[in-house]
Write a protein that binds this ligand. Structure first.
Ligand SMILES: Cc1cc2nc3c(=O)[nH]c(=O)nc-3n(C[C@H](O)[C@H](O)[C@H](O)COP(=O)(O)OP(=O)(O)OC[C@H]3O[C@@H](n4cnc5c(N)ncnc54)[C@H](O)[C@@H]3O)c2cc1C
Length: 398
């Protein structure tokens, strides 16, 4: 897909490209593979560089401290950012909490948290899912009981990405046991508060991204609640309905395609380039065709910015389903293309040598772990079955 319908957009693409060329330190490039958060030191070093350009929160509007990019500009930014291999942003802070804080937060809450998000000095995680409450999120049971000017929080969250390296968590809690959706509230909690225990879950890629988080009489100031008591579900719907055009993760898919083309041209199987094998060439061609089709759908959804109709909602779900299925197929093909080299392990993101390439196998680094991690892409951010249910309901009134 070519995001160049006008000269202004082309100039913006060049500006982003040039900024990354000039400012992305060589030792930070390449961190994006694996879907990992990079180490705190590396993340903060890069975030400071981005912030000095006014891109500390590249997707935020101007009056919230962002550059005020249009949807098309944001898609271009993403594409160049991922293509350059720049370190992942704190998506939880920027894309999930950020719009809620900016829209519904009090002036005090904004003043307290925004500067830290822009400078990267406060990392965030998302405490929504619980054992037994994933797709049916509104059944959550972690409770918050009022005690003076504090809530006392008790319960458990699960699958909490990066809780072990985060400073704060935004949390859904039950403040009213009697009503389901209207009994949920939205809290921001300092991870250093006494009574919070984080336990690791090691995933199939042999990495530690995920955690269980336990709350045992955790005292949280009422001032840390966003919105009114019982507004948590309304804020969650706002949070989850944001940014439909981005759910396909098109830039990541384009990066996979580029690597696949590189491998197809350079790798040798039985003395021939992989691309000469008809079965591989067919699979690659199919991925490319599907990627192009997805690109057209993304531009269609981007044109619906601000449209909260059922059709726009359904298109976002379609992008999520198609994009994540393609992620899985393309990463499988990448590992296939590597043959024996596909089995190379991924170094822990936090380890000292995380950014170093493995001897002689630079192009293979992390691809197997990426393939394993992306098995979860059809689960996190709303499982495919649930997305299909949304499409059926919104588009076909089923
Ligand atoms: C890698 C990863 C990272 C994650 N990070 C976070 C995080 O940072 N914070 C956080 O809060 N959560 C996180 N999650 C949790 C994620 O949001 C949930 O796993 C997801 O919502 C599914 O919930 P569940 O695991 O409880 O499965 P369930 O909801 O129990 O679903 C089990 C199966 O039943 C199907 N199913 C459920 N309901 C329906 C339905 N109505 N119709 C048809 N089929 C249905 C599902 O599609 C699935 O196949 C993460 C998950 C993963 C895998």
């Amino acid at each position: 897909m070519d995001f160049m319908p006008d000269a202004g957009l082309a100039a913006f693409r060049e500006e982003v490209r040039e900024f990354l060329r000039q400012n992305l330190p060589a030792d930070l490039a390449g961190d994006l593979i694996g879907g990992l958060r990079t180490s705190r030191e590396r993340f903060q070093r890069w975030q400071a560089i981005l912030n000095s350009k006014g891109w500390g929160a590249p997707y935020w509007p101007k009056d919230h401290g962002g550059p005020g990019l249009s949807v098309m500009q944001r898609l271009v930014f993403d594409e160049e950012y991922v293509a350059a291999g720049a370190p992942p942003l704190d998506g939880f802070a920027q894309n999930l909490l950020g719009p809620v804080l900016n829209t519904f937060g009090t002036p005090e809450q904004k003043a307290e948290h925004r500067p830290h998000i822009l400078s990267g000095t406060r990392l965030w995680c998302q405490g929504f899912s619980e054992p037994g409450s994933g797709s049916d999120l509104a059944s959550l049971r972690t409770r918050a009981e009022l005690d003076g000017d504090h809530y006392v929080v008790n319960g458990q969250k699960v699958w909490t990405s990066y809780a072990h390296v985060s400073d704060w968590i935004f949390l859904l809690v039950r403040t009213d046991a009697e009503s389901k959706h209207a009994g949920i509230s939205f809290l921001m909690v300092d991870m250093q508060t006494p009574g919070i225990t984080v336990r690791p879950i090691v995933s199939i890629d042999d990495c530690h991204h995920l955690n269980e988080v336990f709350f045992d009489n955790v005292r949280v100031p009422v001032a840390n609640r966003i919105g009114n008591e019982g507004d948590g579900w309304k804020l969650t719907k706002f949070l989850l309905n944001n940014e439909h055009a981005f759910t396909a993760e098109l830039p990541r898919l384009k990066r996979y395609l580029k690597t696949l083309c590189k491998l197809a041209a350079t790798l040798r199987a039985d003395g021939s380039a992989l691309i000469e094998q008809e079965s591989f060439a067919l699979k690659l061609a199919r991925c490319e065709a599907e990627l192009n089709a997805l690109g057209i759908l993304v531009s269609r959804v981007a044109g619906l910015e601000g449209d909260h109709s059922p059709a726009a909602h359904a298109l976002g779900s379609m992008l999520k389903v198609r994009g994540t299925e393609l992620q899985q197929r393309m990463t499988e093909l990448l590992v296939d293309a590597l043959g024996d080299r596909g089995a190379i392990a991924y170094p822990e993101a936090e380890s000292a040598n995380a950014a170093e390439s493995l001897p002689g196998e630079e192009f293979a680094r992390g691809l197997a772990a990426e393939m394993f991690f992306r098995r979860a892409s059809t689960i996190y951010g709303g499982a495919s079955e649930v997305q299909r249910g949304i499409i059926a309901k919104m588009l076909f009134q089923l």
